[in-house]
Write a protein that binds this ligand. Structure first.
Ligand SMILES: Cc1cc2nc3c(=O)[nH]c(=O)nc-3n(C[C@H](O)[C@H](O)[C@H](O)COP(=O)(O)OP(=O)(O)OC[C@H]3O[C@@H](n4cnc5c(N)ncnc54)[C@H](O)[C@@H]3O)c2cc1C
Length: 420
């Protein structure tokens, strides 16, 4: 049985990122991925701060060559058309990276995984991991085919499969976010002209919301767009409809979405997924560190998933490297890693919790230049997690104003009622 320095379970963005960085640092790395790539995956809108990680991986040129649409901002509108706002990352005072890719994940994930292979990681696809057992010398990784692989350390990047978190009973569902997503890809969707064509467009109804993420921009002002609705899980069950009928019904009942899709046709199956908002109570075990969705996932609204997946993978690699050099089981290094990642996740958790309340939306949709609060929100939406006290103070003030707005209208109230 051969022993590798690190086994990475899962070849999504987190796993590929970890594998590339470890291989480039001279470690022997084996990626074990259940699927064969390319494979479909949800999660198509990236954040600008991913750019620094792509540079570090040495994959930026390949991603540019792939021709993914460029996202320069995000728009948030009420479903009745009464109010909306747009964030342009380049106009953010604290925003250091200002452009992101909008990606078909099948293609994007394959580029990252092949790049990990090209960087020296050994990539095995079609390999389903069943169990991970650590001992004093290393880790045994048992596969569903009955064979076992050995390594000194494991990076669990198994996504929502949450392999080691489930094995150890660590998954804690968020009781406030019992959401369900129903989504598909559409061709011929009207997109905004000019640089706004690459924006993510969010349409907020009172109890559900839509995303529209351009995946390809065509010369005639339309494009291929990922369209999804996030609804209460119980609303979907109560409707008793097929996923297709449910999504179509929601689209038809939402004028801004209906208008953009007036000449569109669906070019993918309609997918449904739920129970995605959770965190593991512990992000590591001896010789095993959990990254990306295998650490936790908050909510799709601010498109933070892939960025946090790669951010956590990069942080985990630093911890693994220190532990391997010191010959430890990683406990101390992984504990420090976990605290850093929990802090990052909490920044988005606070934004997500806010998004589902009306006072937050009232302030969010009325960005004011005062005290640079809108600039601070802009930076967080771009992926700024290490902006220091300047950003922290402003975000604290923003959330204080949200609490005040709940009692006294600092900015006008919004209404979700259908337009007359
Ligand atoms: C509805 C919805 C919308 C979203 N929208 C966005 C968005 O717009 N932008 C964004 O950034 N994020 C979004 N996300 C989140 C995003 O999809 C994830 O955060 C991201 O894919 C996490 O990357 P990962 O590498 O951790 O996991 P994944 O991308 O899920 O990769 C995990 C890999 O592990 C493999 N695997 C699992 N179990 C095993 C096993 N036992 N053995 C071997 N391999 C295994 C899987 O096959 C998979 O390839 C969304 C999520 C949801 C639910």
């Amino acid at each position: 049985m051969s022993t590798t320095d690190v086994i990475v379970i899962g070849g999504g963005p987190a796993g590929s990122c970890a594998a590339t960085l470890l291989a480039r640092a001279g470690r022997t790395v084996r990626v074990l991925e259940r699927e064969r790539f390319p494979r479909f995956h949800v999660g198509e809108s990236l954040l600008p701060y991913n750019a620094a990680i792509f540079d570090e991986l040495g994959v930026t040129a390949q991603l540019r060559d792939a021709g993914f649409p460029i996202k320069r901002g995000a728009q948030f509108h009420l479903g009745n058309g009464s109010k909306g706002t747009g964030f342009v990352f380049a106009s953010g005072k604290f925003t250091r990276h200002t452009e992101a890719f909008q990606v078909e994940r099948a293609r994007f994930d394959e580029i990252l995984l092949r790049h990990a292979g090209g960087s020296g990681a050994e990539v095995e696809e079609g390999v389903d991991v069943e169990r991970v057992e650590a001992d004093a010398e290393g880790v045994s990784v048992r596969l569903k085919d009955g064979t076992t692989r050995r390594a000194r350390m494991v990076v669990d990047a198994s996504g929502r499969g949450n392999l080691t978190g489930s094995q150890e009973g660590l998954r804690v569902m968020n009781p406030k976010l019992k959401k369900l997503a129903v989504f598909g890809h559409y061709d011929g969707v009207q997109v905004d002209p000019g640089t706004k064509g690459g924006d993510t467009v969010i349409i907020r109804q009172e109890h559900h919301w839509f995303w529209m993420i351009p995946l390809r921009l065509d010369a005639d002002g339309t494009g291929k767009v990922s369209v999804g609705a996030i609804v209460e899980r119980d609303d979907f069950s109560r409707a008793g409809q097929t996923a297709e009928a449910f999504l179509d019904g929601r689209i038809q009942a939402s004028p801004p979405v209906r208008e953009r899709l007036a000449k569109a046709r669906r070019v993918s199956p309609v997918h449904v997924t739920s129970d995605f908002s959770y965190r593991n109570s512990k992000l590591w075990s001896p010789r095993c560190v959990r990254v990306g969705d295998a650490a936790g996932f908050i909510d799709p609204i601010f498109s933070s998933g892939v960025f946090l997946a790669m951010y956590s993978a990069r942080a985990a690699v630093a911890a693994v490297q220190t532990a391997l050099k010191a010959g430890t089981d990683g406990s101390a290094e992984f504990a420090a890693y976990a605290s850093r990642v929990q802090t990052a996740m909490t920044i988005y958790q606070e934004m997500v919790d806010g998004f589902y309340t009306t006072p937050f939306m009232e302030l969010f949709l009325e960005p004011r230049a005062k005290w640079d609060l809108a600039a601070a929100v802009n930076a967080v939406l771009a992926g700024e997690l290490e902006g220091g006290w300047k950003l922290r103070c402003r975000m604290k003030l923003f959330f204080l104003l949200v609490r005040l707005q709940a009692r006294f209208p600092l900015v006008p109230r919004v209404s979700f009622a259908p337009a007359a």
